[in-house]
Write a protein that binds this ligand. Structure first.
Ligand SMILES: Nc1ncnc2c1ncn2[C@@H]1O[C@H](COP(=O)(O)OP(=O)(O)OP(=O)(O)O)[C@@H](O)[C@H]1O
Length: 804
């Protein structure tokens, strides 16, 4: 933790020293921009030149041209993106142990040379500026070091306890091309250091506190200028295998995960051209975080997806009450879905069990409306002049035998077809007419050909072994009687009823509102059924890809119009990633772990979470599913210990719920305090609609009061069933206020938070106390807890759950 632990020098510098230091940084920034402009011109020239070479056809010229286009495209893509604080940091370093320089032109040694400090006096031997991208001067000396480069690591890692070569660490604040201020931390306050003969001054109040004090908007900001040492260790951890990060609320897990994605791309762009997937629990958190990577200069290869949007063509919009969520998320569903997918074959529209099959119960491929009215309880064919028939029992036996394999159900159809032909052939007795095996084989080939080219035979197959869709099977499970049969020894009758009712919101073809849990079931079914056999979509030719074969240029093209749609489609089609980052991992249900696991079978992983915030009721079951998804890959574990979000006053109150929810679990240490204690408010008495309107009035009044207190956003957290109500209550207050169901608050933060009826939130589900802990840890400045009768508040309005 660099800035946090740093001994901060009092601001001795006079205004003129401050102005001089700002001027010096301005001069450097001007130089950087001049160099950037030169590079832009160079890149444009190269692109132009490369286009001309395209007309020369020799292989050598083409290879050279491709390399040039690639380089120029990378430069243009990066340089064309104007960043507000392109340059944000600087370190002043002592002479290194050896004289070696890295590829970025900086000395590589971490430790100072012997004799670098004499009698507590030292000379600054190297000054490095840190920015969002690396920029070399025309003579290859480093003007700006990329924040992800090894040479930038001391900017984040140096502390007064282990300062290495760093004497002064400076954060530069700028807007556009203008430097506004600097904040310094001295890592070796005991020494007097000189730079170019002048004493090194220290200015400002430290960068971290400045960053934390800023008002929050509806989107997250990057933290490149103030990443702390323990966070930096995670961001720069080697990519191999699995990196697991735990830490309490506000410790920067989400921020670290996003910065790690940018770091991995910087380290090994080619490898991660295979894509990085960031899985977020809710669309709200996706919207909150998705601006961070572009601000770090990365967007092309990273897909941030909510759990409910991981399956193409499905989008979770519905909410499942906890009891239903528990059934759908449980790993017991695997067995049930396997059974349902196989049994669903029996439900063909004219199948052997028509009474069990409400019309249109299943979707058959794309043309469900024109499903043929073919009998599937017997098969009659005419071959070699005689009639052959298979009855219902024989067909059932054939189906059972075909399903004996483990292959996906839709892919077993050719096998079933072969077994039917075998049975018909044997019934025909034709094989016995020949003794010569060659003649037998010839007759059999003719027999098969005659039958399989018959339209009626194909129609029978289509009806008897229809192509099942995940949605169709899910919809079939809404029939309680059928579901009860399929779920025998897996779910109890009450669970069967709850599940069937919940799936009843889907129409016969499985369309209708899906929940985040349904999406994981669809993914599992997709796996069980296998991809429907469709003609491959013709791939669109991309002129730039044709030129270079390299992803970076595609990103450049996307930025410059035209290519974006294509990139989004590529993301949609991609199901296997090179690296998977799971945010709020404690919340994934076993079925969701299976869904996410399938997207990273060959990936390396970063998994961040906090068990104390888990809204899943059976953590052991989820842990087992997580182990299965991550396999036997070795794991590297990190813990983040400092809460950067909540002031100590709010963290302390939340700690009371933590003690109830997870006895013995340590709260992270809050890094600052505001002196403002959380406020307790009460809803007036009243039952029924009077009580409801009192709650509405008190919620709106307190939200309005908080709006007056803070510059940024106010989050109002209510129990899930009150979400819609609360949105209506708060609508007149404008868009600085957001109403959130308790489960939607995950990962988000607001300047002020109003938590409405803690008891109601805690009673919502078996994990309710942990969900309440999440709600209480969303505020960066102020927190109000509003209690109603069920909260049993004391005279001061403190609800029972939050009393000592
Ligand atoms: N080093 C830092 N410098 C400045 N701000 C930071 C730093 N680390 C974290 N923050 C800020 O602290 C807040 C909390 O970070 P983040 O949301 O990543 O925490 P989290 O561990 O994911 O929290 P939760 O578990 O509650 O979702 C964010 O506003 C983030 O920008």
């Amino acid at each position: 933790m660099a800035a946090h632990n740093a001994t901060h020098a009092p601001d001795h510098a006079s205004e003129s020293v401050r102005a001089r230091e700002i001027d010096a940084e301005q001069t450097h920034l001007d130089r950087v921009y001049r160099r950037l402009e030169e590079k832009i011109h160079e890149a444009e020239f190269l692109m132009d030149d490369a286009a001309k070479r395209g007309q020369v056809g020799t292989p050598g010229a083409l290879a050279e041209r491709d390399a040039q286009v690639f380089q120029a495209g990378v430069h243009l893509h990066r340089l064309n993106s104007e960043y507000e604080d392109f340059l944000f940091g600087r370190i002043d370093l002592l002479l290194g142990k050896d004289g070696k320089k890295g590829p970025d032109g900086a000395y590589t040694s971490v430790e100072p040379a012997e004799g670098a400090i004499v009698d507590n006096r030292a000379r600054i031997a190297e000054t490095l500026h840190i920015g969002r991208l690396g920029v070399l001067d025309a003579d290859y000396s480093p003007l700006v070091i990329d924040w992800r480069a090894p040479a930038a690591a001391p900017f984040y890692r140096a502390t007064p306890v282990a300062p290495g070569r760093v004497v002064r660490r400076r954060v530069i604040r700028s807007k556009g091309r203008k430097v506004l201020g600097v904040e310094d931390d001295l890592m070796r306050p005991e020494i007097t250091a000189t730079l170019d003969g002048e004493e090194l001054p220290a200015i400002g109040d430290g960068a971290l506190m400045a960053a934390l004090g800023r008002a929050r908007s509806h989107t997250m900001r990057d933290i490149v200028a103030s990443i702390q040492a323990e966070q930096d260790m995670v961001i720069r951890a080697p990519a191999a295998s699995v990196t697991e990060v735990e830490g309490g609320p506000g410790t920067g897990k989400t921020a670290v995960a996003l910065h790690r994605a940018a770091y991995l791309l910087y380290q090994d762009r080619r490898r991660y051209a295979g894509g990085i997937l960031i899985v977020s629990p809710t669309p709200l958190l996706v919207a909150y975080t998705e601006g961070v990577l572009p601000s770090l200069g990365e967007e092309g290869q990273v897909a941030i997806r909510a759990l409910g949007s991981l399956v193409d063509g499905a989008e979770a919009t519905a909410y499942d009450p906890p009891a239903v969520a528990r059934i759908k998320g449980s790993s017991r569903m695997q067995k049930l879905l396997r059974k349902a997918a196989r049994a669903a074959l029996d439900l063909s529209p004219a199948g052997a069990a028509p009474t069990q099959c409400p019309a249109g119960q299943l979707a058959f491929g794309d043309d469900e409306e024109t499903a043929p009215a073919v009998r599937t309880d017997r098969l009659r064919v005419v071959a070699f002049g005689s009639r052959i028939e298979l009855d219902a029992d024989e067909l059932r036996a054939i189906r059972q035998s075909a399903l004996g394999g483990t292959a996906p159900v839709n892919l077993l159809r050719p096998r079933a077809r072969r077994l039917i032909l075998d049975a018909l052939w044997s019934r025909s007795g034709a094989g016995r007419r020949y003794t010569d095996p060659e003649l037998v084989a010839e007759a059999r080939a003719g027999f098969d050909e005659d039958l399989t080219t018959e339209t009626s035979f194909q129609e029978f197959l289509d009806a008897w072994w229809p192509e099942l869709t995940p949605r169709g099977v899910l919809a079939a499970m809404a029939d309680e009687k059928l579901l009860g049969r399929w779920a025998r020894r897996v779910l109890n009758p009450r669970e069967v009823r709850q599940l069937a009712r919940s799936l009843g919101r889907l129409d016969a073809s499985g369309h209708g509102p899906l929940s985040v849990h349904d999406v994981a079931l669809l993914d599992e079914l997709q796996q069980i059924l296998g991809a429907p056999m469709r003609p491959a979509r013709p791939r669109e030719a991309d002129p730039l890809e044709h030129l270079t074969g390299l992803e970076e240029l595609t990103t450049y093209a996307d930025r410059n119009g035209g290519g974006r749609g294509r990139r989004e489609r590529l993301e949609e089609e991609r199901t296997d990633y090179a690296h998977v980052i799971v945010d709020e991992a404690q919340d994934l249900t076993p079925m969701q772990w299976r869904m996410v696991g399938r997207r990273g079978r060959h990936a390396t992983w970063t998994v961040v979470g906090d068990p104390a915030q888990s809204s899943w009721s059976d953590p052991d079951e989820a842990a087992a599913a997580r182990d299965e998804a991550l396999g036997t890959r070795p794991r590297r574990r990190f813990t983040l210990t400092v809460n950067y979000r909540n002031p100590a006053e709010i963290a302390e109150l939340a700690g009371k719920v933590l003690a109830l929810a997870m006895p013995g679990m340590q709260s992270p240490k809050a890094v600052r305090s505001t002196g403002l204690r959380p406020r307790f408010a009460l809803v007036g008495d009243g039952a029924g609609s009077a009580g409801e309107s009192a709650l509405a009035a008190a919620t709106a009044a307190e939200a309005e009061r908080l709006l007056g207190e803070v510059d940024g956003t106010v989050g109002v957290v209510v129990a899930m069933h009150r979400r819609e109500q609360a949105r209506r209550w708060l609508a007149p207050l404008g868009d600085r206020v957001v109403a959130l169901g308790s489960l939607e608050a995950k990962g988000l933060e607001y300047d002020a938070t109003l938590v409405v009826s803690p008891a109601e939130i805690a009673d919502e589900s078996p994990a309710g106390l942990r969900v309440l802990y999440v709600a209480l840890t969303r505020a960066t400045q102020q927190l109000t807890v509003l209690s109603a009768g069920r909260d049993q508040p004391d005279a001061a309005g403190v609800p029972d759950l939050l009393r000592d």
